[in-house]
Every structure is written in structure tokens, then in C-alpha cells.
Ligand binder design. Structure first.
Ligand SMILES: [Zn+2]
Length: 282
């Protein structure tokens, strides 16, 4: 009888090694099992990723580990995966959520600090704040004005905090979520700017503000931006190369304009904001 390397004599103590070995053979068992998303305490059957046999692959989520085996006699692949080896993506997301909930217990209303209120008034943020186009809070522990960031599912997924003291960094990204800060007002046009205060400022011209926050346009941002019909890339003229790269990137999805600026939008008079951006609003 022909037996594969992974006959049933191979038992659980072989554990992760098999997963790793098969991965080297071109079958990513860990990834396959991860995609099955099996709830704790349950068993699922599926086609075997190794031999391809129909419905012979059984996987049980035991809580702190996952055991799997193929019932097909000539295959018999089996193993055990510690949870730590499952989906780095999912673990990262979970870790971020925990980090954020740890930080956000120190988020309180902006009104608790005169300095925070002043910052909002002085940086063209008040319109967005008053109309709830942005959820802005005060990080009482670090003394920062915090702009919260929501993902596609409207869950708070990250936050960016501007220091009200000399505390470094001036802008702190609480979690590395790869989700942009976007104001929640409605328009078919978004204006892509560098920082959250400027993103809030442009809402005065009835366009949506998107803040890059020091990043180049990462792939993940595009899925958020391409929902708009028009994008206006509005960055410092010293960053013209970056502007053009972003425009090129977005051009496949929407109509794109570039505006090169010499001063921060957050310092502009409302008339100038209207004059520059209202023409694009819809
Ligand atoms: Zn099999």
C-alpha cells in the first residue's frame, strides 16, 4: 500500500512542524485553516488542502490550539497549530483594538481643557467640531487633542493626537491602522491634505477632508478615497512630487485635481477656503 509522508502514524506531537513543512511544499495549511474561521469549541469538515479529497479534512478549534487531520487513508495529514501561528493580520487587528481601548479610557470631552478648546478655535477646526463632522476628544493623560478614526464598518479603529504641550511627537498616531482620517460630512468631493486640522478646515467649503498624516498614499487609503467622484490633492508645494504621484494613483478611479499650497490650510481665512474648494463641492 502506498502511503504518503503524512500517513496516520504521524500524530499530533508532530504538531506545528507539519504545518510548516507543508507550507514549504506549497500548501499553506495554517492559512487554509485560518480562512475557515472556526469558532472555539467547534469542528468543521472541508476538502483536504493536501490531497484534495472531498470533505475529508477535519479541523477542531480547541481554544488555545487547533487540531486537524485528513481521514483519507492515503493522505492522513494531521497536526496541531498553536493559536499564535494563526493569521498575523487578524492578531494585529485584535492587538490594535486592545491598544486603542487602553488609550481611549483617557479620552474625555475637549471642554475639559481650555487649551484644547483654544486649539480647535485657532486652527479652523470649530466648524467640523460643532457640526460633528469629526469626533474630537482630549487625551487627558497625554494632553493631546485627539482626532478619532473610523473604519468602513464605522468602528473606531485608530486615533491621531496633536500635542498641546512640548511633548513629542507633535502628532501621535495611536495605532498603525492604515485607515485615513476622513471627515464625516457628505460630498462627492474629497480634499486630500496633510493633517487632521486641515481636513477639518476644508469642510467649511462643503467638501470632505482626508488627512494623509505623514504617509504617502498607501494602498489601503485608496479604497476609502475612490468612493468619491472627485479628489483634490492639496499639499505643500514642497511636496509636489508626492502630490503628483498621488494624483496619478487616483486617476484610474476618479477625476483628480492638484492644488499646491504655500501655507497651512488650517491658518486660512474661511473666505479663502471657500474660494479654493467650493468650486469642487457637489
Ligand atoms: Zn488529505
Amino acid at each position: 500500500m502506498v502511503k504518503s509522508h503524512f500517513s496516520c502514524t504521524v500524530s499530533y506531537q508532530f504538531d506545528i512542524a507539519i504545518g510548516e513543512y507543508m507550507k514549504d511544499k506549497g500548501v499553506n495549511i495554517n492559512g487554509y485553516i485560518d480562512a475557515m474561521a472556526i469558532q472555539e469549541g467547534t469542528t468543521m469538515r472541508s476538502d483536504c488542502p493536501v490531497c484534495g479529497h472531498k470533505n475529508s479534512f477535519s479541523v477542531t478549534n480547541m481554544g488555545n490550539s487547533i487540531v486537524y487531520n485528513c481521514f483519507y487513508a492515503d493522505c492522513g495529514v494531521s497536526g496541531k497549530i498553536r493559536h499564535g501561528l494563526l493569521s498575523y493580520g487578524r492578531l494585529r487587528k485584535e492587538k490594535r483594538r486592545l491598544n486603542l481601548s487602553m488609550y481611549s479610557q483617557y479620552f474625555v470631552p475637549v471642554s475639559r481643557s481650555q487649551k484644547a478648546v483654544q486649539y480647535i478655535n485657532d486652527n479652523n477646526i470649530k466648524h467640523a467640531y460643532d457640526n460633528k463632522y469629526a469626533r474630537i476628544e482630549l487625551d487627558i493623560r497625554e494632553n493631546r487633542v485627539v482626532f478619532t478614526i473610523f473604519d468602513d464598518a464605522h468602528l473606531m479603529t485608530d486615533a491621531v493626537g496633536r500635542s498641546l504641550t512640548n511633548k513629542k511627537p507633535k502628532w501621535k498616531r495611536y495605532c498603525s491602522s492604515r485607515v485615513p482620517f476622513i471627515t464625516s460630512n457628505r460630498s462627492d468631493t474629497c480634499v486630500i491634505v496633510e493633517d487632521c486640522a486641515s481636513a477639518c478646515a476644508v469642510t467649511q467649503a462643503d467638501v470632505v477632508g482626508v488627512a494623509l498624516m505623514g504617509t504617502n498614499l498607501v494602498d489601503n487609503y485608496i479604497s476609502y478615497i475612490k468612493k468619491f467622484k472627485t479628489a483634490v490633492v492639496c499639499l505643500d508645494k514642497d511636496a509636489s512630487q508626492k502630490s503628483l504621484t498621488i494624483a496619478k494613483e487616483l486617476f484610474a478611479h476618479m477625476s483628480v485635481h492638484n492644488i499646491f499650497i504655500e501655507t497651512d490650510i488650517k491658518t486660512w481665512h474661511v473666505d479663502k477656503i471657500n474660494e479654493k474648494f467650493r468650486v469642487y463641492s457637489s
